[in-house]
Design a binder for this molecule. Structure first.
Ligand SMILES: [Zn+2]
Length: 63
């Protein structure tokens, strides 16, 4: 199985195109962010705390 190098093993942020803009999705809660770093933070938080951080999800641009 080939893994993209830029992603760590347990963070699997998904990049999609929405209206020709890149959106990064948290695979855990499905929220989308305009930058990969925030999406990774969200996914990390979702996986480790089994809930979303309001501070992070307030930056979501796609639900
Ligand atoms: Zn999340």
């Amino acid at each position: 199985m080939v893994k993209p190098l830029e992603y760590s093993d347990d963070i699997m942020v998904k990049k999609i195109l929405k209206d020709n803009k890149e959106v990064f999705l948290c695979e855990e809660c499905g929220l989308g962010y305009k930058d990969q770093g925030t999406a990774e933070k969200c996914e990390y938080h979702c996986k480790n705390y089994k809930s979303c951080s309001l501070e992070i999800t307030s930056n979501a641009i796609l639900k």
